[in-house]
Ligand binder design. Sequence first.
Ligand SMILES: [Ca+2]
Length: 523
Amino acid sequence: MFPDESHDTRAERGRSLTNESGAPTIGTLWESTRFRSCFLIDQITMKSSDGSMRWLLSLSCVFFAVPGLRADAADPSHIVFVLADDMGYGDAACYNPESKIETPTINQLAAEGMRFTDAHAAGPLCHLSRFGLMTGTYPFRRDVTVWPKKAVIREGETTLATLLRSAGYRTAMVGKWHLGFNENGYENPLTGGPVDRGFETFFGMRASTDIPPYFYIRQDRAVTPPTDHIAANNTPGWSPIQGEFWREGGIAPDLSLPEVLPRFTEEAISVIKAHDPKTPLFLYLAFPAPHTPWLPSPEFAGRSAAGPYGDFLMMVDAEVGKVMAALDGKGMSNDTLVMFSSDNGPTWYEEDEKRLGHRSAGPWRGMKADAWEAGHRIPFIARWPGKIAAGASSDETICFTDVMATFAEMLALDLPEGAGSDSYSFWPALQGKEQPPRPSLVIQSGSGLMTVRMDQWKLIDGLGSGGFSKPAKIKPEPGGPAGQLYDLSKDEAESENVYSSRPELVETLRSAMDAVVGEGRQN
Ligand SMILES: [Ca+2]
């Protein structure tokens, strides 16, 4: 019934180019140089037949700048990964025709690229999700709760940025990190962040725009330390974690919360404008929106039919449009893989759905932080003209942890030993090809409830949402089910718990989950 559970589908190829520790050796460097030269000479020959000396020269530069690419590599085009924050599966019309929010840019990305309908964040909260995206490793393998004081990603650990940088990419991050710095006072360097984990440049913030202290960071230093104080804020008519919600705490005198989102866009555009397109660019743009505080600019306030949340998402859509326009302006947009996604589900309750008629999570049950689908099933769009079919969709089960192996396969790069332990390439799916199904998908909810997906079946190892939906936890009744088992192929709403009637299936799923959890724990 189930696909093979082995981990052999990970990007294993090419590890002969590294020694046991995963580091390149003198011999392997020669090997990789030889492969590289074949690839680039092909490219130069092809381009120069058009009489373009400029391309010949520019690719000669790439030849010296791109270690590790092999003969079967795709062109080293640019990669821009735009991550929205707390945006629901059903917010954009390309995922939900009934959406009350206009998202023309996101819809256009989908029309020009591929839309995944079974994509999952690595966890239903910001830090869980981002750890999985950056490292290709499930976040339950690491104590990610240390993020307020310590770097979550270890020194020397492979990240998307170290991987692409080793392939000659210029690596830049703008936006919300939320994976911790080694904090020792905000007058001192903030180590262990993006610039110590593979990004050559970083401008952004420590965490969410409702978690103090609020200040900008450039590279590893506070631009201005958070020496002022801001009082907590809430919005009448909304729950305590919606609306213009932020927590009280320190704030830098030069930071205004409504200006953070457009400021990040400006910084991202600066990165694109300053970039020399002859070198491949990896830009990771992590917007802090539509996460709270919902702060649409006057241009968008009141424009959606989904309250200030919808207005703020319309603004996010417009900000993505500005980034696309910058790529266009630089002549890069047809040579860039753009990925757009959200780090977890929305902060949107059933009451909001009833009141405003907008299903932020689409057909899925629950909300942010939940074990239920709305917590972690997210929109995921990939656009790359000429490489990814326009208007395509894929129902492959994919996870944020899979981006690492996908980039590795796409560029025929070696993954160092131990890197991306939960990463399965979906490069075949992006090309419209068959690929082995993901053997399983294991996700831990915000409160620690474990879930496993295999094929259409989903086991939640306990009762309740495991997150922000109430109740989060339910004590099993004597003789009643101890967990939840749903058939997602027939029950998108996770409303028919068949746990008690399918004990063998429960056992199969639980065994598979235990095997995945046990095989790679790093703490
Ligand atoms: Ca989030």
